[in-house]
Design a protein around this ligand. Structure first.
Ligand SMILES: *Cc1c(COP(=O)(O)O)cnc(C)c1O
Length: 429
């Protein structure tokens, strides 16, 4: 299969894209190239690899053949131009922003974000001289008003963790175009099976592959994907892309590599110098996960809708926030942007508040109490006492993680078993 060929369906691409039988052995599944380094043909070959004049493998901090298959597969599934994989979703965010920002730069981000991203943006990024404003992404006037001369990106989760919130991409694309800055979309929760943000005009897509892409709760990983369509030269705002790079003999990433210059720079500078590379063994597990991603996402979404509908009628449940429900304020946007379903993760509130939540979490049998999403298994957590406890209670409430809130990540089990298990736990709460 030609990796550039977009005629194939999502399921075909999930299995075949990026992968081919191993040229050395004929092995049909991608081997785990468990090696740190690769022998040079000769001195000239070594020099041209180091100068980025030849593509090839020389050290696994930058490139590895197993990791490369994952990168091509995700780029293909997203209908993107190129991708760089790394050790985690947070590493992916760091690589993307290190490539976009200078000290003193600013980003406008959605206030509906994974709790860890709020902390990363507002605490650790601030120490690097990168400022972030977290605003309501569905109020275009507020987003536009937050943009300054130093703003270098708009960042959103299109389907937001944890609350089943959907972000209206079209007005954000218009704002980003007007200011000649990229729209960066974290597509972890939706995956390319539910939305391909590049088709709506996004410029960069980020994944925590730890979640649905891997899908089995075994391996950490992250991916940065670029559309290839962003014009780095138009604004003069991205000298890192458009001015000569001393460390590579004065080459200019946007000029030399064109429509894959951004991921090249993320790899050749940020990944090289900070080193959060993906292990080949984890890449293997993530590739295996990709092969069943469309199948699993369908079951995740079907199950989640049925569980959400059930909870909505339960007397102990005060509210359910799932974009698939007609009661959701985001249902209209969800119908517009999402294909095949509304995701697996959502929140609901218990009438009896904090203590009832902790009792319910402890009473659930099939649901594992842990801080992850996107596993084959169903998962439950009380964000206020775990993932979101480092935020202020105001930040928690705006992030959809107030004291009475429970988050579920619905797995691929038999849905009637999940509903029975929740009913029993609610009884004990
Ligand atoms: C988990 C997650 C991240 C961070 O990814 P890690 O792989 O845990 O570093 C970022 N964004 C979203 C939406 C997530 O769910």
């Amino acid at each position: 299969m030609n990796d550039g060929d977009r005629r194939y369906g999502m399921e075909t691409r999930a299995v075949h894209a990026g992968a081919r039988p191993d040229p050395a052995t004929g092995a049909r599944q991608t081997p785990v190239y468990q090696t740190t380094s690769y022998v040079f043909d000769d001195i000239d070959h070594a020099a041209s690899l180091f100068n980025l004049q030849t593509f090839g493998y020389f050290y696994s901090r930058l490139t590895n053949p197993t990791v490369a298959v994952l990168e091509e597969k995700i780029a293909n599934l997203e209908d993107g131009r190129a991708a760089v994989a790394c050790a985690s979703g947070h590493a992916a965010q760091f690589l993307a922003f290190f490539t976009l920002l200078e000290p003193g730069s600013h980003i406008v981000a959605s206030r509906y974000l994974y709790g860890g991203s709020v902390t990363q943006f507002t605490k650790s990024f601030a120490r690097l001289g990168w400022q972030a404003d977290l605003v309501d992404p569905n109020d275009p006037d507020v987003v536009e008003a937050a943009i300054r001369d130093e703003t270098r990106a708009i960042f959103v989760e299109v389907l937001a963790n944890p609350g089943g919130i959907v972000v209206d991409l079209e007005p954000l694309v218009a704002i980003a175009r007007r200011h000649r800055i990229p729209l960066v979309v974290d597509n972890t929760m939706a995956t390319p099976c539910l939305i391909q943000p590049f088709h709506w005009g996004a410029d960069i897509v980020i994944h925590s592959a730890t979640k649905f892409i891997g899908g089995h709760g075994t391996s950490m990983g992250g991916v940065v994907v670029e559309s290839g369509a962003f014009d780095w030269f138009a604004s003069g705002k991205f000298p890192g892309m458009t001015e000569p790079e001393e460390a590579y003999h004065g080459l200019t990433f946007a000029e030399t590599f064109g429509d894959f210059g951004f991921t090249m720079k993320a790899r050749a500078v940020a990944l090289r110098d900070f080193g959060p590379s993906l292990s080949p063994a984890n890449a293997f597990h993530l590739i295996t996960g990709c092969e069943t991603l469309p199948l699993r996402m369908q079951r995740h979404c079907d199950n989640a809708l049925e569980v959400a509908r059930h909870l909505e009628t339960h007397p102990k449940v005060a509210w359910v926030s799932y974009a698939g429900l007609e009661s959701s304020p985001w249902h209209g946007l969800a119908r517009k942007y999402l294909k095949n379903g509304f995701g697996s993760v959502f929140t609901f509130g218990l009438r009896d508040g904090f203590d009832a939540c902790t009792r319910m979490v402890e009473a659930s049998g099939l649901f594992s109490h842990l801080a992850n999403i996107g596993d084959t298994r169903s998962l439950v957590i009380h964000p206020a006492s775990t993932t979101h406890r480092q935020l202020t209670s105001e930040q928690r409430a705006t992030a959809g993680a107030a004291d009475d809130t429970i988050r579920l990540s619905i797995g691929i089990e038999t849905v009637s078993d999940l509903i029975r298990d929740l009913d029993e736990a609610l009884e004990k709460a």
